[in-house]
Design a protein around this ligand. Structure first.
Ligand SMILES: Cc1ncc(COP(=O)(O)O)c(C=O)c1O
Length: 360
């Protein structure tokens, strides 16, 4: 019962087989191999247009390098207060952009509220040398609270970005989960809605370690070759990163893996919503479940070997009305490797309602 994160799961069978298949003979290094060229072609098909593609090993690298393409040192990049780039990347964005500042914007479920953003931008002090000027926005798809940005949601931000001359970055560490949940064309939720550059994640959804920076605004790609090298992210045996992504994208494997993870999260979410001993804290939209649990249930789940995180800190949009003060906010993440048995076992371990977080 490991619900700690989607990256506690292993590697999907087809991706493992693709790695073994790539392990034959010699191939040009540093991304000059045929498999890497194939990933670029395949991503162009997925996104229905030409794209520039830069493979890297981690989501943090994909985010920091993507944002560094447009964030000059004296600028600000606006994101949710809960954005991974702001809270969990140890200043990588700031370092790779030589000092650009990340600024949190209000919004529920780790999304950015459009009105709050518009207000912030409309009142941004300009014309003074003392104040950083906004250069871009960064949004996470799916968000850090498992919320999904619809094409219209992204489009509204894209429109604001266009009006203010800002770039729009999407952190797609869980892009597959969002696209599977939305059942939309990847293009509709990215460049057609105004996204300039995307961190296309695969590691959390069945790859071993493979992420792609997908550039829709070609001028942003100009410096990426050098930036990636300086960041130590040009992988010498690049064929193995590419092999993972090709298998990931083959016959919609990425979407099948994500749809399964989402279905498991939905099953868990429904079980929690129906229980008298726990409460959903935010709606389940992709593969993450946030819930209030009684302290005794948290302890029992841990004793039985369930792995999950208690979530710290208040966040906008988390439903906490009437929740007892000793209740715990926890996060469960489902992955491609989660099965119904694990979900049902976890639900079966929740208490029976005596002194619990009652359903409202
Ligand atoms: C929303 C989001 N973005 C980016 C990352 C970064 O990925 P990595 O751990 O590969 O650097 C994570 C990882 O937890 C994440 O949840």
């Amino acid at each position: 019962m490991n619900f700690a994160s989607d990256n506690t799961a292993g590697v999907s069978e087809p991706i493992m087989m693709a790695l073994a298949a790539a392990n034959q003979g010699f191939a040009p290094s540093y991304g000059a191999d045929d498999l890497t060229a194939g990933v670029k072609r395949r991503l162009a098909e997925v996104f229905e247009r030409e794209v520039e593609v830069y493979l890297v090993a981690t989501g943090t690298a994909a985010n920091a390098l993507s944002i560094s393409t447009f964030a000059e040192p004296w600028t600000a990049v606006l994101c949710s207060h809960n954005a991974h780039v702001l809270t969990d990347e140890c200043g990588a964005v700031e370092m790779f952009s030589a000092g650009a500042r990340l600024v949190g914007v209000d919004g529920d479920h780790a999304k950015i509220d459009v009105a709050a953003l518009a207000d912030l931008l409309d009142h941004w002090p300009s014309g003074r040398p003392h104040v950083v000027q906004p250069s871009g926005l960064s949004i996470s798809q799916a968000s850090e609270f498992g919320a999904v940005w619809s094409p219209d949601d992204v489009g509204a931000l894209g429109e604001i970005a266009r009006r203010h001359g800002l770039r729009l970055h999407m952190d797609g560490a869980r892009f597959a989960n969002a696209v599977a949940a939305l059942d939309c064309a990847p293009a509709d939720v990215t460049w057609r809605a105004g996204v300039d550059i995307l961190s296309f994640g695969a590691t959390k959804n069945g790859a071993l370690g493979a992420e792609a920076i997908v550039v829709f605004a070609p001028e942003l790609a100009r410096t990426l070759t050098k930036r990636r090298m300086r960041a130590g992210q040009l992988i010498s045996k690049g064929r193995f990163v590419a092999a993972q992504l090709l298998a990931y994208l083959e016959k919609d494997h990425w979407l099948d893996l994500a749809a399964h993870a989402n279905a498991m999260a939905m099953r868990l979410g429904k079980g929690i919503a129906a229980s008298t001993s726990a409460r959903l804290a935010v709606p389940v939209e992709a593969n993450e479940v946030f819930a209030w649990l009684a302290a005794v249930d948290v302890a029992r789940l841990r004793e039985e070997g369930a792995m999950f995180y208690e979530w710290q800190g208040a966040a906008s949009g988390v439903d906490s009305a009437g929740v007892p003060s000793d209740a715990r906010l926890v996060r469960f993440v489902a992955s491609f490797a989660t099965d119904e048995g694990q979900v049902d076992r976890l639900l079966g371990l929740l208490g029976t309602g005596k002194d619990r977080v009652a359903a409202q």
